[in-house]
Write a protein that binds this ligand. Sequence first.
Ligand code: UTP
Length: 292
Amino acid sequence: MKPIRKAIFPVAGLGTRFLPATKAMPKEMLTVVDRPLIQHVVDEAREAGIEHFIFVTGRNKGVIEDHFDRQFELEVTLKERNKSSDLKLLADDQPAAGSASFTRQQSPMGLGHAVWCARELVGNEPFALVLPDVLVQNKPGCLAQMIEAYNKAGDKSNIIAVEEVPMERIHQYGVVGIGKGDGKTFPITEMVEKPPREKAPSNLIITGRYILQPEIFDLLAKQTGGAGGEIQITDSMITLSKSQPFHAVKFEGKSFDCGSKVGFLAANVAYAMARPDIAPAFRDEIKRLLGN
Ligand code: UTP
């Protein structure tokens, strides 16, 4: 069975819900506490054993590439000032030489198209797909939990992270129907993109983490625009599910949709509260704001 060594991070979207913040700065560089969103998800992938990080970037996204490179002038200045803990922080975050690759999606034609743009870098092996605007707060991380499920599910299986949402919001998401499972991993019996409430097979939505087989690339190549005119990954997954098994993992951990303002702000509060160096002062500040 081929291990999951590579992860795709699609970062070519326009981030319109965060304008004007995202006019000149990528959404994926917005910070949750003091780490950019993209760094949080790379950390999760690294913890799960991923060795090769593939970023699908676009225009105005060059700063993401810079973020994962060395910053020579800064390092020299920090050294001169004996800031060894800051230097260590930068060194720890640095991907190993040759382990990060960047390719471009020339126009934002949808998540499915962004994934297809990475086909040459992935090659003929299963891979993880990690959306940087979904954060999951847990140890072990969401992707590590999925890889554990993948190793049990066997060759040529595909894994999708799912979570429950209230039915009144179901029409905004990719939704799965599931069969009998072991309490955490379930066979997927049905997948549908943005169904009306009455047609949704369950209240379980696809949550920004996937393990997919490389056969998805040929299906993406043939696909034309789906919901909203964009090339959706779900449409190709539906076709792939006719020939390969798909499993849903109800992951442990709290998820934050950082593509929305409220989700992003909630993530900042939750991640700050989990930081021993910040939490006590931050809690006092929140109490003061709430007036108690
Ligand atoms: P989203 O749809 O949430 O991001 O895509 P967006 O389009 O940038 O945001 P809004 O809706 O305009 O505010 C989820 C992830 O997929 C990437 C995005 O960068 C984001 O990380 N993406 C999306 C691409 O790489 N290419 C696309 O064509 C679309």
